[in-house]
Write a protein that binds this ligand. Structure first.
Ligand code: PRX
Length: 657
């Protein structure tokens, strides 16, 4: 299989790729063939179509306030509540319909109808309020994929508190950083959870974080492991079930929020590679995810849908919780890694639940592919009608395997490109409207204005690779708090002029190439960020962990798919020449430091010692070169390096690994 990242040099130009027309009959309302032209003609008013997906306390009259560009404010005079849109408004028509089916690691199942979801999230909202959480406060969640996570997010939204979900796999240091950044008023965690066969002690981890913070914020502890794992609760810590039992039946009116009020924080790794606090606004975000859940994923009320993403990442926020629930879909929530315990698990989940729309990552598909087609072939997949991928480029071979062995050459694939900051899908084909080109994410969604530009910000013609940018605002876009405006401006926005007016261009940090038909192929990140298992991690955070090990002076962490799976590799320099035994010890210490300070998932596949890292003249590590070495791709000889001689040496050291 080897390297599958679409490399614009090696791949055939996307324009020449065979188009793949697939008949698709839409279940949600149809989309007009000319929806892009219509949106373009009526921009920005076209986005009222997204606002119309929602129920409002005060429907917006204005679409867009651009008076403080690039800090755009969508639907500025509208008021609504996000939880009401995802839960309450379904009670009349489908209160007994399944909203969430949770499948645990050990074969457990928990079903929540929309009625149950209302009861549970309202009880938690009452609980949080009584613990002192008010409108505008922030609640941090350090929970794995349990039903209490979406319930908790909706409970926050109900009372106008912001949630700050931190991926459960993060180590205490990473949790501390992400709690401090938002000044969290409460924490929701659990006793532990199962990772593959092992019980992980989550409570110990969060206790360590709270101790480091010297914090006694109220902490609610979900019981996942049951009697097998007793935990001790301190004065500020509460058992989730005990609390909820007291508040079931308490009515909590959904708080009316301005569309521009923040809905949640989520941490991302921006172009600098440091974890950054990102924020999304209630109205624009919810309108964007709901509209795209319909347009891209064809989610209609009652559609059974499974997205394998962890709820803690943006994919989980937008397309496990908010978008699908606002559309009234039935969401399958599978705990943990779908690969565990058995290779039949994903297909059994699809078969058992009659999953219609399945959304996963190219990495997951590559794993399925490695196991072989006999696993999906052994199960009834006739319920499937649409497949999706996200997170990294999907190579044409993986695409074809997914299309043939999972979609049975019947289901279209949407290769959705987007980011934490964009909130919802930006590039994708629309099923039933567009043809597909394997390997190319697709054209921009209606209303989105995407271009590929050079270093100077000049738009590049089709076929020429450059930086992927977005030139008009969109509803679910990043909506940073005012205190974040300064760095967000520096990091993401560039001012430019064209014949329309002076304008702002959003810099995605990705390199890409467009074809004659406007289909965009993503090449990869242009900045210091790596994607591991569909998690975007900043190299800065990883490298701080690596250089915390005594004797390591400099380090670079890169992601690469050397053998199909994307893994993390470390290149490190040491203070002095080390003998083999010393190196083995440092290697182990580096792996432990990464697991401990960032998370077990950040344990590297290899640590390579090198005399120097490849550097630009300004001293920045050239990650692209290291990536090429790891992936065994041809090296560019024109890279402007301060120390070009080191490249061959590193390649030799790598080959010996
Ligand atoms: O590099 C792109 C890659 O993932 C980055 C965004 O990461 P994150 O904010 O963690 O969100 C992940 C899920 C939305 C992008 O800058 N990426 C995302 N989707 C694709 C992709 N690369 C190629 N093809 C995609 N479909």
């Amino acid at each position: 299989m080897g390297n599958e990242r679409p490399d614009w040099r090696l791949e055939t130009a996307p324009a020449r790729r065979r188009r793949q027309p697939v008949a698709f009959s839409r279940e949600a309302e149809p989309l007009a063939k000319d929806c892009r032209e219509r949106f373009d003609r009526e921009w920005p008013d076209c986005w009222m179509a997204a606002a119309a997906e929602l129920d409002w306390h005060e429907p917006p009259e204005a679409v867009l306030d651009d008076s403080d560009a690039p800090f755009y404010r969508w639907f500025p005079d509208g008021r609504l509540n996000a939880a009401e849109n995802c839960v309450d408004r379904h009670l009349e028509d489908r209160k007994n319909q399944l909203a969430i089916r949770w499948e645990g690691k050990r074969g457990e199942k928990r079903d929540y109808t929309y009625h149950d979801l209302h009861r549970e999230s309202t009880a938690l909202a009452a609980t949080l309020r009584d613990l002192g959480v008010s409108e505008g406060d922030v609640v941090t969640f350090a929970l794995p994929t349990l039903p209490e996570l979406p319930i908790g997010m909706l409970a926050c939204a109900r009372i106008g508190a912001l949630h700050n979900v931190v991926f459960a796999g993060f180590a205490p240091d990473a949790l501390v950083e992400r709690m401090t950044a938002v000044d969290s008023s409460a924490l929701v965690t659990c006793d532990g959870y199962y990772r593959d066969g092992l019980a992980i002690d989550q409570k110990r981890k969060t206790d360590a974080a709270l101790a480091a913070l010297e914090s006694t914020v109220p902490t609610v502890v979900v019981d996942r492991l049951g009697a097998s794992h007793e935990v001790e609760l301190e004065a500020h810590q509460y058992d989730y079930d005990d609390l909820i039992d007291q508040y079931r039946g308490t009515d909590v009116e959904p708080v009316s929020r301005a569309a521009t009020d923040p809905l949640f924080h989520i941490h991302t790794s921006g172009t600098t590679g440091e974890p950054q606090r990102m924020t999304h606004a209630t109205g624009g975000y919810l309108a964007g995810v709901t509209w795209s859940a319909r347009a891209v994923f064809d989610l209609a009320p009652g559609t059974t849908y499974w997205c394998t993403a962890d709820v803690g990442w943006i994919t989980g926020h937008s397309y496990v919780v908010y978008g699908p629930l606002a559309r009234g879909a039935t969401v399958v929530l599978a705990e943990g890694n779908p690969r565990y315990p058995a290779r039949h698990r994903p297909w059994k989940i699809i078969e058992r639940n009659g999953v219609e729309v399945f959304y996963t990552t190219p990495g997951m598909v590559r794993t399925f592919m490695k196991w072989g087609e006999s696993f999906p072939a052994a199960h009834d997949k006739s319920s499937l009608r649409l497949l999706g991928t996200v997170g990294e480029p999907i190579g044409p071979d993986t695409w074809k395997w997914y299309y043939t062995h999972v979609g049975e050459e019947r289901c279209p694939i949407v290769d959705t490109w987007w980011q934490t900051e964009t909130g919802s899908v930006v590039l994708s084909t629309l099923p039933g409207v567009d043809e597909m080109k394997p390997g190319a994410a697709g054209p921009p969604l209606p209303g989105m204005d995407v271009s590929v530009v050079d270093d100077e910000g000049r738009e590049l013609p089709p076929g020429e690779p450059g930086y992927l940018t977005i030139e008009r605002p969109w509803p679910s876009m990043l909506a940073p708090l005012e205190s974040d405006h300064y760095w967000v401006l520096a990091e993401y926005w560039q001012e430019f002029s064209d014949d329309r007016a002076d304008s702002w261009r959003y810099i995605t940090g990705d390199r890409a190439v467009a074809d004659e038909d406007g289909y965009v192929t993503i090449i990869g990140r242009a900045d210091e960020v790596v994607t591991i298992g569909n998690r975007r991690l900043g190299t800065a955070e990883l490298e701080a962990a690596i250089t915390s090990v005594e004797g390591v002076t400099e380090a670079a962490a890169v992601a690469g798919s050397a053998d199909g799976d994307t893994d993390l590799y470390v290149f490190a320099t040491t203070a002095q020449e080390r003998d083999t035994r010393d190196r083995a010890a440092i290697r182990e210490a580096v792996a432990d430091a990464m697991a401990e300070r960032v998370g077990e998932f950040a344990r590297p596949a290899a640590v390579v010692f090198t005399p120097e890292l490849p550097e630009t003249h300004s001293g920045k590590t050239m990650y692209r070169i290291l990536e090429r070495i790891v992936e065994d791709r041809p090296l560019e000889d024109s890279a402007p390096l301060r120390n070009p001689e080191i490249v061959g040496e590193i390649a030799t050291l790598w080959a010996r690994e």
